[in-house]
Design a protein around this ligand. Structure first.
Ligand code: HEM
Length: 473
């Protein structure tokens, strides 16, 4: 189902896989596409039981082949294992109280390091007209440094480990391979590389897990990380215990299961967030008036003595929030939400399961008409705008957009993502003025697939100029 509320992307609710829209569906597996937000709401809210599983085949490659099966939160079928894994994530590392206390200071450190690097680049580049930079790698490193601390705890992973993780994540998420035999032959190197992912992840994370077990034993704790919570977690032995009637026997997670969940955490916390920061900056480059307005809001909210927006104020800036929502509306990093749909689900969508193809159900949209839906206009999310009541995750009554999905399987990282994107965009806009790379130079706003996420076709290049203290006052 389209996550932008029917703005005009192809929209679908696939019966097959959660790869991006343009990735071909394996032959023989029918697809139902839904582009109408009312139909999407009816299915996800009204027929929740038929639309609560992500696909069991998210990738063209079975990474568990020949090994015991592992599940991530995304892949686990709706049931007691999924419930245990998801509530462990939301009750521990993503709990709102921890986000404010631990994540925001960690993000601030990473954002400051990024700003320092860019300042250095502008000094080296000299010239009054600023310097052209590509920010994707720097933002990626900053986001990953933050989430690695949340994931493993303080002092467990060194810079070398983070660099190795970054390489593996990038290679994995930016590979593009489909299931066809011809494609497999053409890309056999990449295919073999993907198939070896499980072994490489075990090599990468095995020592880190062992180190964390040791440091927990010797120091009695430190900051409790996602890995800690997974090592302590006991999951139901049998998903059939989900009925809640029989006493549930429990077990600890195997190391390969922890590795899979750590991999999911790092992947989901970086790829879409980095894409969203980059899309937002791209829009600010092409919309100088919006950038000026955002900069004014940041300056007004800054503590004049420290020259920063306080952690609390940062989470409560209406225009910054509106800019991020508008970026997510026009450039949802995951433009489709994908559910496994049996015959009942297809019937609920208004048609029998299509024997050989795709059923499109499109029509309604929340953003047509006078509201100029194709324009980047954050004001639509401010009081009086047509999107003033929109939140990142929609409630049960109406879906205007759903960049983080909706209902049972909605993204548990929505709050963390809004914080991440807000923190990095605020630091970068407060410190630098962003402009196109050269006079008349264009920013390419078409999107391309990076396995699961829609990214800019090539990293954003922009001319940045440090803001003077006068311009901030
Ligand atoms: C801008 C950033 C992000 C975007 C746009 C995004 C989007 C999404 C979407 C569309 C879904 C599918 C929802 C559905 O089927 O209804 C999802 C699921 C998920 N996301 Fe995110 N996400 C982002 C960041 C994060 C972060 C920071 C985490 C942190 C751990 C995360 C963890 C997950 C997990 C675990 C699921 C699976 C939930 C389940 O199956 O129950 N995501 N995300």
């Amino acid at each position: 189902m389209a996550t932008d509320g029917g703005l005009g992307h192809a929209a679908e609710c696939r019966g097959t896989s959660n790869r991006p829209a343009s990735t071909p569906t394996p032959p023989g597996l029918p697809t139902v596409e839904v582009g109408d937000p009312d139909v999407a709401r009816r299915l996800i809210v009204g027929h929740a039981d038929s639309f609560s599983n992500h696909s069991s085949a998210p990738l063209a490659v079975d990474l568990d082949a020949g090994h015991p099966r592992t599940e991530s939160i995304t892949s686990a079928p709706y049931g007691s294992l999924w419930r245990a894994l998801r509530s462990n994530l939301t009750a521990n590392v993503l709990h709102p109280s921890r986000l404010g206390r631990l994540v925001v200071p960690a993000q601030r450190g990473a954002a400051e390091a990024l700003v320092t690097d860019l300042r250095f680049a502008t000094r080296r580049g000299a010239g009054a007209g600023g310097v052209v930079v590509a920010v994707r790698d720097g933002v990626y490193a900053a986001v990953l440094a933050t989430v690695a601390r949340l994931c493993f705890g303080d002092g467990v992973v060194g810079e070398r480990d983070v660099r190795a993780m970054r390489r593996t994540l990038r290679e994995f998420f930016h590979s593009d391979i489909d299931a066809g035999l011809l494609a497999r032959l053409l890309h056999w190197r990449q295919w073999r590389y993907l198939v070896s992912t499980r072994r490489r992840l075990a090599e990468l994370f095995g020592p880190v897990l062992a180190a964390r077990r040791r440091s927990r034993r010797s120091s009695g704790g430190g900051i409790s990380s996602y890995v800690d919570s997974l090592l302590d977690l006991r999951v139901p032995n049998n998903d059939a215990d989900a009925d809640g009637e029989s006493p549930v026997s429990r077990r600890a997670l195997r190391d390969d299961e922890v590795v899979r969940l750590v991999w999911e955490f790092l992947g989901s916390s970086t790829e879409a967030v980095v894409a969203c920061v980059e899309w937002t900056l791209a829009r600010l480059v092409t919309e100088p008036e919006v950038q000026k307005k955002l900069h004014r809001e940041l300056t007004a909210a800054s503590d004049q003595r420290k020259g920063q927006v306080s952690d609390e104020r940062l989470q409560d800036l209406p225009y910054l929030r509106a800019v991020i929502l508008e970026s997510l509306r026009l450039h949802p990093p995951l433009p489709m939400i994908v559910r496994e749909v049996g015959p009942e689900g297809a019937a609920a969508a208004g048609a029998p399961p299509p024997p050989d193809g795709t059923l499109k159900r499109s029509g309604g949209t929340r953003w047509r008409g006078r509201t100029r839906p194709d324009e980047f206009r954050p004001e639509r999310f401010l009081p009086g705008g047509e999107g003033e009541d929109v939140s990142p995750v929609p409630g049960p009554k109406e879906i205007k957009m759903m960049p983080f999905g909706a209902r049972r399987r909605h993204c548990p990282g929505a709050g963390l993502s809004m914080l991440h994107v807000g923190c990095f965009v605020a630091a970068l806009v407060r410190e630098f003025e962003w402009a196109p790379p050269a006079d008349g130079g264009d920013v390419d706003l078409t999107a391309t697939n990076a396995l699961f996420v829609k990214v800019m076709p090539s990293p954003l290049r922009a001319r940045i100029t440090p803001r003077t203290s006068q311009s901030q006052s």
